[in-house]
Design a protein around this ligand. Structure first.
Ligand code: PLP
Length: 356
């Protein structure tokens, strides 16, 4: 903020210095992703990347068809974008079901694709259950049938081994910085060339006319550092985190709580379970008072009393879905902290049950 404070669109020397920094930042992301710099669009985070990918592509391709496919377990940034297009702009949707572990069957996708399908959007990994989708396989179906494929890879980056952006077989990939220790409010969208889309923000010709608005250089700087440091060698190290989440998972089988998606191939940092008969808000508050910060459904819908749409898609009742506890561990999480949880949790459960 003290050295690169100019506006990259200004033509004076202070602005040109920041323009060079911005160009270099884009090249650095492209180096890690192994794509062209022109395929990287900086955004304000995942929600914007996803809205641009879905609304922008659907509107650009609407003369070819109006059918969009997504899944029942997507983040609301995806589901609400699709819903908006359906309710207001004459698009149609198919929502793919998932199995008990939250996985989408590539055959279901293949059967759902019609002549007028223009876009498929499936997430790479789920934020509430950690379930990893067979994303390259799903992308291959789309490529074979010549349908544009977007993946919300927000939860996946920094947790699974990354080689290059083409490994998803996707035309569009949404990503945000704060899921792998970058700044909040930073993100990017990969747009495979020569794919074009309509902008969703109007104004200047920033980001190659794909995202109007003066670039958030501070967020971009942090985002690029996080991409360089934490992606190719995932910062959420499976060999360190799996033993922690495995201890949580084995505890579930002993204590009458139900592990969510027990057989799924899951992100190493996520462990979710439901607690029969107890509302997750009550549990979260009690855990918080004990110094343990965990989540219910997605943090984004915290405060909303709606049952998690992800868990109901897995076949759970609303009551079961309302008893979700999601524990995410990170690079700072220690075995002692897991011990603390395992000791205190049964006591807290007893206290809540005795008070009811
Ligand atoms: N997609 C997934 C899978 C997420 O987990 C989130 C947020 O947690 C988002 C999209 C939206 O991200 P943001 O709120 O950073 O825009």
């Amino acid at each position: 903020m003290s050295d690169f404070y100019g506006n990259p669109s200004s033509i004076h020397s202070i602005g040109r210095k920041v323009r060079a920094f911005l160009d270099d930042s884009r090249e650095r992301v492209a180096d890690v992703w192994r794509c062209k710099a022109s395929e990287v669009v900086f955004t304000s985070g995942a929600t914007e990347s996803i809205n641009l990918a879905i609304c922008g592509t659907a509107r650009f391709l609407k003369s070819k068809g109006r059918h969009i496919i997504t899944s029942a377990v997507e983040h609301h940034a995806v589901l609400h974008s699709v819903e908006y297009l359906v309710n207001n702009e004459g698009f149609e949707k198919t929502i793919l079901p998932v199995d008990v572990d939250g996985r989408i069957d590539p055959l279901d996708l293949e059967n759902a694709i019609q002549d007028n399908t223009i876009l498929v959007s499936i997430m790479a990994a789920n934020n509430e259950t950690g379930t990893i989708q067979p994303i390259a396989e799903l992308g291959a179906v789309c490529h074979r049938l010549k349908v544009c494929f977007h993946t919300d890879a927000v939860q996946w980056f920094g947790k699974e081994p990354f080689d290059n952006i083409h490994q998803f077989n996707a035309d569009l990939v949404s990503i945000c910085g704060h899921k792998f220790y970058g700044p909040k409010g930073s993100g990017a969208l990969f747009i495979r060339s020569p794919l074009l889309l309509d902008p969703i923000l109007f104004g200047g010709s920033h980001e190659n006319e794909r995202r109007a608005g003066t670039e958030n250089i501070v967020a971009i700087a942090g985002f690029v550092l996080a991409i360089e440091r934490f992606i190719s060698t995932p910062v959420f190290d499976r060999s360190l985190l799996s033993p922690l989440t495995s201890r949580l998972a084995s505890f579930c089988s002993l204590s009458g709580v139900n592990l969510v998606c027990p057989s799924a191939s899951r992100l190493a940092n996520t462990c979710s379970f439901t607690v029969p008969g107890i509302d997750s808000i009550t549990l979260l508050a009690a855990l918080d008072l004990n110094g343990i910060c965990v989540s219910a459904g997605s943090a984004c819908s915290a405060g909303s009393l709606n049952a998690s749409h992800v868990l109901t898609a897995l076949g759970m009742t609303k009551k079961e879905a309302n008893s979700l506890v999601r524990i995410s561990v990170g690079r700072e999480t220690t075995g002692e902290e897991i011990d603390l949880f395992l000791t205190r949790f049964p006591v807290i459960l007893d206290q809540i049950r005795n008070n009811e």
